[in-house]
Each structure stands twice: as C-alpha cells, then as structure tokens.
Design a protein around this ligand. Structure first.
Ligand SMILES: NC(=O)c1ccc[n+]([C@@H]2O[C@H](COP(=O)([O-])OP(=O)(O)OC[C@H]3O[C@@H](n4cnc5c(N)ncnc54)[C@H](OP(=O)(O)O)[C@@H]3O)[C@@H](O)[C@H]2O)c1
Length: 256
C-alpha cells in the first residue's frame, strides 16, 4: 500500500491505518453494535493480515483499555509497525479523566513506552477534550510533548482535536493533527486544507462515523483521494472488513 508523509518529522505511513479502540475497550463507545474483545489469537491474525496488506500504522491510546498493552506484546518489537498513541485522557471505571499537566503527560509517555515496548514512540498526540482550544492556547501540554521530541523520546508530535478552531491552532503548533472527517461530519475540513498548505500531517479518525456510515468503499475512496490526508484510521476487529477496506483504498489509489 502507498506510504505517505506524515508531516515534517515523518514517519511514512500507509494510506489506510488500523484503529484499535475495539482491541481493548467495550464501555463508553459509540459503535452501533455491542461486540466482544478479540482473543489474543484473533488480534495476532488481524495484525498479521494488516501487515501483509501493507498497512504499517496502528492508532492506540491509554484510554482504549488494554489496547496499548496488547499492541505492545504483539507488535512492539516489529519494526514494520509505526504506532501512534496519545496522552491526556484515561478511562477508568467507565469514565474518562483528563489531565494535560506536564507531569501527567511525562508519566503517560513513560507508561506508553513500557506498554508498547518501545524506547522511542513514533507518534504521540494530545487526546483532547471538548475544551481543546483552551488546552492548546495554554501551551504547556504541547510544549511538554515538544520537549520530549527534542530529547528523542518521541519522533512526531500531534493533537487529536474536536473543534475547528483547535484543529487550526494544532496545525501551527504540531507536526500532525488528527481530525474527524466523514460524510456526516465535515466541520474540520478546513484543517485539512491548512495542514496541506503548511506541509503538516493529517490522520483521519472516525472515517466511517464510528460504524454508522453505510457506503464504506466510497467514503474511504473519497478520503484517501483528498489532498492533505496522510492516513485514514479505520477501526476494525473483523478480518473480512479489514481486507475489504484495503481493497477499497487500493482501488481508489490506483484509479487516481
Ligand atoms: N479522540 C480521538 O483521538 C479518537 C476518537 C475516535 C476514534 N479515534 C481513532 O480512530 C479510529 C477509528 O474511529 P472509530 O473506530 O471510532 O470509527 P470508524 O473507523 O469510523 O468505524 C469503525 C466501525 O466501523 C466498522 N467497520 C469497519 N470497516 C468495516 C467494513 N468494511 N464493513 C462494515 N463495517 C466496518 C467497525 O466494525 P468491525 O469491527 O465489525 O469491522 C467499527 O464498528 C479509532 O479506532 C481510534 O483509533 C480517535
């Protein structure tokens, strides 16, 4: 699968990435149907299929239950994989907790290095809450990540934003930005254009509206063909769906 630039610090990532919320968390999610967490064997097979299809990026977060630790055990040592993780949100006893203080961010990064079994984290994003603009304007959270980048602990720094204003600020401050973009939610579209002009990376989250969108091949084709999109992060624990998504992306790219 085509590899693309993820902003000035890299790394190069596949046009389709694997979202991993369903690897480790069932509570407090917005998917249309309940599901069981995959077994270790099922997850190993899914990741092997993704690798065989040329997918090289998986997106995780401390807030996704056991997702980070499971990914670390299965692919932490495999240099094929680029791993994006986050800081600022944890999910404990069914509730999200947010802490963007420098000390919480440093502690979270250390924990992610242990969980993912990596000395250097490829991509770390602020896992922003509804008051995303305020957190970015305050500056301390991004500065802490940038310090860790300068120390060589993180390769590329980003923010997963919720609102348009925060997305535009994040383009200025970070190497890459993660935005929601799907047929039902186009509010952050201007972030894509701005990031493209600035040479920054863009990851798309919820590209299928968390499973509520039906015309999947067209939605994926539209996104991977948009100028400025580095990688479209589709969450799945179903190997047949993963294979279909890879086919849809490959077809869209070959018809360009
Ligand atoms: N704040 C943040 O930073 C944030 C927020 C949300 C998401 N994310 C990241 O973005 C990723 C993607 O978002 P998301 O998981 O919420 O939603 P999504 O990728 O828009 O949709 C995932 C849903 O679509 C289904 N699906 C995937 N491919 C399919 C296919 N070919 N046919 C039928 N159904 C299909 C999946 O079910 P199956 O498992 O059955 O395939 C799953 O329920 C997440 O996993 C996470 O890594 C980040």
């Amino acid at each position: 699968m085509e590899l693309r630039s993820l902003g000035p610090r890299g790394p190069s990532v596949s046009a389709l990435a694997l979202g991993s919320t369903k690897f480790g968390r069932r509570e407090g999610v917005k998917y249309p149907n309940d599901f069981a967490l995959p077994s270790d064997g099922q997850l190993a097979d899914l990741l092997a299929l993704a690798k065989a299809e040329g997918v090289n990026l998986v997106d995780t977060a401390p807030a996704y239950g056991s997702s980070e630790t499971r990914i670390g055990v299965l692919i932490g040592a495999d240099e094929h994989w680029r791993i994006a993780t986050k800081v600022g949100e944890t999910f404990v006893d069914g509730c999200s907790h947010f802490d963007f203080s420098p000390s919480a961010i440093r502690t979270s990064v250390e924990r992610s290095r242990r969980h993912l079994r990596r000395d250097v984290l490829d991509i770390v994003l602020l896992h922003l809450s509804d008051n995303d603009s305020e957190i970015l304007r305050d500056g301390a959270a991004v500065e802490t990540l940038l310090e860790l980048r300068e120390k060589g602990v993180i390769t590329a720094v980003g923010a997963s934003t919720k609102n348009l204003a925060a997305g535009l600020v994040a383009v200025e401050q970070c190497d890459l930005v993660m935005i929601t973009l799907n047929p039902a939610d186009q509010t952050q579209q201007p972030v894509l254009t701005t990031a493209h002009d600035a040479g920054k990376g863009i990851l798309i989250k919820k590209p299928l509206d968390s499973g509520h969108h039906d015309n999947i091949p067209d939605a994926l084709a539209g996104l991977v063909q948009e100028a400025g999109v580095s990688s479209v992060v589709v969450g799945t624990i179903n190997p047949a769906h993963l294979a279909d998504n890879c086919t849809a992306v490959r077809r869209a790219l070959s018809s360009e």
